[in-house]
Design a protein around this ligand. Structure first.
Ligand code: ZN
Length: 438
């Protein structure tokens, strides 16, 4: 008999193949969806949809079409760059090279691990910088949205880098330390620390982070203030203040939001929004935001994202111990994992490596649950709209929505499948239809 034994299962090779196949599948899906969206928007560019013929000019409709198409095409470029970068870090050996170089220089301790993470963030940031510049100073500029000067942009870059270091460093050090010191259940501790830290950062954000980037002035318009305060009392909502943010320094896009929680909760209006909406429309927009609060959407979203991150940490807790997790993604882990017989004194931590690989690879797989998250988000928008229609005037809300969609150049004729996959907010036509107004 011919003694040909079946080839042994090679988990490292299997991971490489699954990773590459999933990456390709995701790219194909993204490209297909983008093509559909571009085609659909272009096909409906010639005339304003009948339902909006009286409210939207042809010029505004075509601007929205062109802006949408431009952004989708740019998104594809970003996707391509992202995929190339991902392959560069993993299978083409970028992360391994950086890791080996830093090991040779710093040895295998905490400084090396921090340097690895810092180097990774820095290199990725530098490669993506031209894309951000192009988006702001070419695309947003062309459509009249950009209000930033290069000086302001550079100032933001310096500030957000420093802020990222101040906020990110403590939690990264803590997680790396827990990975090394807390034994096999490190991931529960790390997750708990991350949750607590995220809540803390959200709590201090309105007071200690956001003022570095924008000016917040108390809302001065007394009539509007009375109106809004009455609405908030009616809805049983207490906030620490009403603020106007100088959003117009950077962009013509308009928005309103709640920020912080507990004792730091506040309502923030972009100055661009105040300039565009009437008082009753402002009231309707705020009632919509209060609807999110009433339906506990923010809490639900937090709960979902914390649950997903718990599952992620649990998975990483296991993966970080598997040699194939590293080798299958183009990285050589420390000898301890490859040769378990070696004694522990020769072990060097793979923790930063494991974290980075995990963060790189997870989005490839989690991309496929995007439609679920988008669906839930659109559901929340409908619920908030319904609440606003009860607490304020549905016609005011619809007028405000149309102004906002027009000002943000959101197309009224997106591809339905593209909407189902990506849109966090339903298209204007669907929202007005739900309000019984279209
Ligand atoms: Zn909303």
């Amino acid at each position: 008999m011919n003694a040909v034994s079946a080839p042994a299962f090679n988990p490292s090779l299997a991971l490489t193949l699954v990773f590459a196949a999933t990456l390709l599948l995701g790219l194909a899906l993204k490209f297909w969806l983008a093509t559909r969206q571009v085609r659909h928007v272009a096909q409906h560019r010639a005339s304003v949809p009948a339902a909006f013929a009286h409210t939207l000019s042809l010029a505004a409709h075509q601007k929205a079409a062109d802006y949408t198409v431009t952004k989708v095409r740019f998104g594809l470029l970003e996707t391509a760059v992202g995929a190339a970068l991902l392959l560069g870090w993993t299978l083409l050996g970028g992360l391994d090279t950086l890791n080996q170089a830093l090991l040779a220089w710093l040895g295998g301790g905490m400084p090396q691990q921090l340097a690895l993470i810092a180097g990774f963030v820095l290199i990725g940031g530098l490669i993506e910088l031209p894309l951000t510049l192009y988006q702001t100073f070419v695309i947003e500029q062309r459509f009249g949205f950009n209000k930033m000067t290069l000086k302001l942009w550079l100032g933001d870059l310096v500030k957000s880098t420093l802020m990222g270091m101040v906020i990110g460093l403590p939690i990264v050090v803590l997680i790396l330390w827990l990975m090394g010191a807390a034994g096999s259940t490190w991931w529960i501790w790390a997750w708990s620390a991350l949750v607590a830290y995220s809540l803390f950062v959200m709590w201090i954000a309105p007071v200690f982070i956001m003022p570095f980037f924008n000016k917040f002035t108390p809302l001065a318009d007394e009539i509007l203030k009375t109106r809004i305060t009455t609405l908030m009392q009616r809805c049983g909502f207490s906030a620490k203040g009403l603020f106007v943010m100088d959003g117009s320094r950077r962009s013509a896009h308009a928005n309103a939001f709640f920020t912080g929680f507990g004792t730091n909760k506040r309502v923030v209006f972009f100055d661009t929004l105040l300039a565009k909406l009437s008082h009753s429309e402002m009231e309707a927009v705020l009632a919509h935001e209060l609807g999110h609060f009433k339906h506990h959407h923010i809490l639900k979203r937090l709960a979902i994202s914390f649950s997903i991150s718990l599952a992620g940490f649990a998975l990483l807790g296991w993966l970080a111990q598997q040699a194939w997790f590293y080798t299958g993604l183009g990285v050589t882990p420390s000898l301890q994992l490859l040769v378990p017989a070696l004694d522990a004194s020769q072990a060097m931590p793979n923790d930063a490596l494991a974290l980075l690989l995990f963060m790189l690879v997870v989005p490839i797989f989690s991309f496929f649950i995007t439609p679920l998250l988008s669906l839930s988000s659109r559901q929340h928008e409908f619920e908030a709209d319904a609440y606003a229609a009860q607490q304020a005037d549905a016609h005011d809300l619809s007028r405000a929505l149309l102004k906002l969609y027009e000002d943000n150049a959101s197309t009224l004729t997106p591809d339905p499948l593209y909407v189902a996959f990506y849109y966090s907010h339903p298209p204007a036509s669907q929202r007005l239809a739900r309000l019984g107004l279209a």
